[in-house]
Design a protein around this ligand. Sequence first.
Ligand code: HEM
Length: 195
Amino acid sequence: MASAPDTKTPEVESSGSLSIVNDIIFSPINLLLTLIIGVLVYKIFKKFTKAPVDAPVLQLPKIRKDMTVAELRQYDGTQPDGRVLLAVNSWIFDVTRGRRFYGPGGPYAAFGGKDASRGLATFSLKSSDKEYDDLSDLNLMEMESVKEWEAQFREQYDLVGRLLRPGEEPRNYSDEEPEEADTSTSGQTEDKKDQ
Ligand code: HEM
C-alpha cells in the first residue's frame, strides 16, 4: 500500500529555518545594537528639533545703536542678559532670537558678537579677527553672497545699527526714526561699488 505523502516535512523545514531567522533577529547582540541605534537616532532628532534647555526665549528691549567692532564683541551672549548681536555687510542685527545658533555652545557661536560677513561668504565658521574688515578682497560672488545673507538677516532679525569703520561717528537714533530709513545708507557692498 502506498503510504500518504509526508506533508509534514516542509513545515518542519520551514519552521526550522524560521527559528534560525528568529534566532538571528532576536539575538541579544542584535537587540542591543537596535537599542543603541534607537537611542542615537532619538538623541540626534531631539538635538535638531528642540532648543537647548539653557536657552530660554529672551524678550529683551530693542536697541538702536551704531557700534565699533570692539563694542559689538561684548554681545556674544555671555553677558547676564544673554543678548547676541552680529554684523553682516556692516549692519548689526539682534540675533538673540536665534541664540541657540549664535549663543555660547551654538553651531554658529563664532559669529556671535562678530562681523560674520567673511565667514558667511566663504562658508567658514571662523569669524573675522580683523579690527574692521572692509571685505575688499572678496570676489564678486562672495560679495553677492554677503548681500543675500544681509537680506535674510533683515527679514529674520531686528536691525540694531551700523558697524562703524575706525574713526566713523555713531548716528544718533531717535525713537521715532523708522527702521526703513537705514536701507538707504550704503553697506560694505555698496561702498565697494563706489570705489
Ligand atoms: C554640514 C554643514 C552644515 C549643515 C548640516 C547646516 C545645517 C543647518 C540647518 C539645518 C539650518 C537651519 C536651522 C533651523 O532653521 O532650524 C542652518 C542654518 C544656518 N546655517 Fe548652517 N549648516 C551647515 C553649514 C553652515 C556653514 C558653513 C555656515 C556659515 C558659514 C552656516 C550658516 C548658517 C546660518 C547663518 C544659518 C541661519 C541660522 C538662523 O536662522 O539664524 N551653516 N544650517
